[in-house]
Design a protein around this ligand. Sequence first.
Ligand code: SIN
Length: 481
Amino acid sequence: MKLSDPDLFREAAVINGDWIARPDMQVINPASGTAMGSMPDITAEETTRAIKAAEAAMIDWRARTHAQRADILMRWHDLLLQNTEDLAQILTAEQGKPLAEARGEVAYGASFIRWFAEEARRIDGAIIPSPLPGKRILAMKEPVGVCAIITPWNFPIAMITRKVAPGLAAGCTMVVKPSDFTPYSALALAVLAERAGLPAGALNVLTGRPEIIGETLTASPVVRKLSFTGSTRVGALLAEQCAPTLKKLSLELGGNAPFIVFDDADLLAAVEGAMLSKFRNGGQTCVCANRILVQAGIHDEFVAALCKRVTALRVGPGDADGTDIGPMINAAATRKISVHVEDALSRGARRVTPARDLAEQYADPVVLTGATTDMQLAAEETFGPVAPVFRFETEDEAMKLANGTPYGLAAYFYTRDLARAFRVGEALEFGIVALNTGVVSHAEAPFGGVKASGLGREGAREGIEEYLETKAFHLGGLRAP
Ligand code: SIN
């Protein structure tokens, strides 16, 4: 990593503006498998200190005008863009994704800050007609309070800004626990927030073991909201831990996205969409196409075109020129991918892309045909570059397959028939539905799932509501004497 501003790389946690450097735990670069740095293992006492700092900082932060908060957020946004190259280097080193994708993530992450800086000025309420004379009722929006933010390793910048920016815009303060695999992007964001003028204590970043920090955050009555992105299992556990203190929850959990291609689809557009949806971040996204359902009439042509594109993907270190797919995050991830592929092959799937001889930290991008519902990859997210193709005959069959999952995050479908577009779009039981596009990630669009994929929405207008409470303010005695 050669940074033009080495100060962005901090091997420390930040509590109330104090940087705590302690080399307790190592952080591994997934491409080399070697340590790229260390981080402190923040204790329960330190976590409590961060919560108190956030509580104290909120007194001043919520009292500022929306415009003042928005100005600081906009400065933070600008600093992210000005430091794109360094942020992308840090991100690729700790997470593995190709540099081009890391640069894209910096822009994506910054877009949430801009969006919510703009939304800050639009936090309003309502004046409600009263049933009694001489009375008015106001619905006033107020910040929820101190928020705990627990984020995953797959988007170390964007998953933080998508939660922190609306919270700060609303007047809340934050205690962030980034993934212990990818703490450095979060810490670089905190350095830039400090430079943008965010007051000490408004954004605390804690590194270390998730159990200790998570338990302290969820048990605290001072923390009024938890926003988490990660697995459904951990989301449910955190929700249980939050229950005694009844926190507001946003949970962006696992997915099992169907990607449906009907006979009447634009074939090339469908293949392009599948590549974007399936192979972004090496298949390590919650909205990745996990099951590719293709109608019989277009099946062989689609598979041939997809194979050609997948065979051309270049796998290697994220910082090497031309890499399309970097290393997977760790050995457990590559193991899960191999287990899914082996299980599918043992149950009758056929591998239709040539096998590659790759080092152990990489996963082979593969297209499998003959996928069926009894395979592990039909039931769970593979979280890797595996494209299993399920063949179907009728729309009815496709809908049963698509909806036949406890998850409900994202679904994609390709058709040129307008009536079918509405029918299918309305029947898909998912929080995000995409017609004729493989891209669903924009600050402007509500992002979130139904069923086992979680609670709440991020991004969009809805994203800021998650950090606001509505106070009913009843005003009496307003009749003229
Ligand atoms: C995720 O994988 O959780 C987020 C992906 C995105 O924002 O596009």
